[in-house]
Design a binder for this molecule. Structure first.
Ligand code: PLP
Length: 394
């Protein structure tokens, strides 16, 4: 008789986006004359830059020729893309990496979840609340013990280590999804020192690093002294370059990360060469353009566009005196709604036809808060904020 992994039955049903989508669908069907402005889903809305699309098209056409055809590539990624990312780290963060420390993938979600393969199931996992739900679910699937660290207004939704915190692996996400909060250098240094002192590993999700424009804030954990012996960094082209549907990401595993005499870099290479057969060559050619200076300058125009939307939302919250995080170095605004976050969702949908995401969907500590995203047009964002002001003035 087959025995199933019954940890799956302990997972919370992922109702969040299916429920918000259903509610929006039902509202739209009943009120066809009242279009809903969607500020809920964290998916980009602007197309790929032409330089990337042209490289993908060229590589795709090349595949039909004898000279341009590529079969299996290196599981850890093509050298040209690793080199481009290496230069990018040096340029934006002053961080020197070795080419073999950069592993190309089909996105950060799979790497974040797959990296758990390297650790025994009796580790204690430390997870911030609220946060991107993949960290929790991927560890729950393995039946691991989870300890939550609380995000709240007092710590600006940036939980810090404390004396007596017991754990082996901690997930940090900065800029954070859903709160948009960003750890500063001192805070990350505190985490790095804590991890090194306590034999802990930091799994650092930098999927939104390109939204950081404040040069005093770290874009990579490897800007912090000591991180090479305790941290792994996951990154993605999804929000940086609009690759949510195109799919490409990368993970940095430093050679200095050694546990019990075992190199995590070698273990991850072993894992990837066994279970992953490489990111599409065609897509890697497109990704290479993202990291060129001209390509990144074009991608930054899209990011600036989203950040103007975030700025419009932040200004509205300032005017209304609503407490919030994010919005400056992130595409998210996380606002205090002061009521049940699902009730707030219903109120915005029914009264002003604006859809966001209830904070409780990202963890217990998200109750009473609400996420709005900047992935929309300026016109829609302005209109949504006008409606928001009118509603709250009532
Ligand atoms: N990490 C965070 C914090 C995210 O918010 C997301 C997507 O929303 C991802 C990772 C997933 O990235 P990818 O599209 O590269 O799988």
């Amino acid at each position: 008789m087959v025995k199933l992994n019954d940890n799956f039955f302990k997972l919370n049903e992922s109702y969040l986006f299916s429920t918000t989508a259903r509610k929006i669908r039902e509202y739209a069907a009943a009120n066809p004359d009242k279009p809903v402005i969607k500020m809920g889903i964290g998916d980009v809305t602007r197309p790929l830059i032409p330089q990337v699309a042209a490289a993908i098209a060229k590589a795709g056409e090349g595949m039909a020729t004898k000279e341009g055809f590529h079969g299996y590539g290196d599981e850890q990624g093509e050298a040209f893309l690793q080199e481009a990312i290496k230069k990018y780290y040096l340029r934006i963060a002053g961080v020197t990496l070795k080419r073999n420390e950069i592993f190309i993938s089909d996105g950060a979600k799979s790497d974040v979840a797959n990296f758990t393969d390297l650790f025994s199931n009796d580790n204690i996992i430390v997870i911030p609340d609220p946060v991107y739900p993949v960290y929790l679910d991927s560890n729950m699937m393995l039946g691991r013990k989870i300890v939550f660290i609380e995000g709240n207004e007092a710590n600006g939704f940036l939980p810090m280590p404390y004396e007596g915190l017991k754990g082996d692996i901690v997930y940090l996400c900065s800029p954070n999804n859903p709160t948009g909060a960003v750890y500063n250098r001192d805070q990350l240094k505190t985490w790095v020192d804590f991890a090194n002192a306590n034999g802990m590993i930091i799994l650092f999700d930098a999927a939104y690093e390109a939204f950081i424009s404040d040069s005093s804030l770290p874009r990579s954990i490897f800007e912090i002294e000591g991180a090479r012996t305790c941290a792994v960094e996951f990154c993605s082209l999804s929000k940086t370059a609009g690759f949510t549907g195109t799919r490409c990401g990368y993970t940095v595993v430093p050679e200095d990360l050694v546990i019990d005499g075992h190199s995590l870099n070698k273990m991850w290479l072993r894992r990837q060469t066994t279970k992953y057969n490489g990111t599409s060559y065609v897509i890697q050619k497109g990704a290479e353009e993202v990291f060129s200076e001209s390509g990144m300058a074009e991608c930054m125009k899209n990011i600036e566009y989203y950040k103007e939307n975030a700025g419009i939302m932040a200004k509205t919250m300032d005017e209304l005196g609503i407490w919030y995080t994010g919005g400056i170095n992130s595409p998210y605004i996380w606002l205090r709604c002061g009521m049940d976050s699902w009730e707030f969702f219903d109120m915005l949908l029914n009264e002003i036809q604006v859809a966001g995401t209830p904070g409780s969907g990202f963890g217990k500590c998200g109750e009473g808060y609400f996420r709005l995203t900047a992935f929309n047009t300026h016109e829609n964002t302005l209109e949504a904020m006008q409606r928001f002001k009118k509603l709250l003035a009532k």
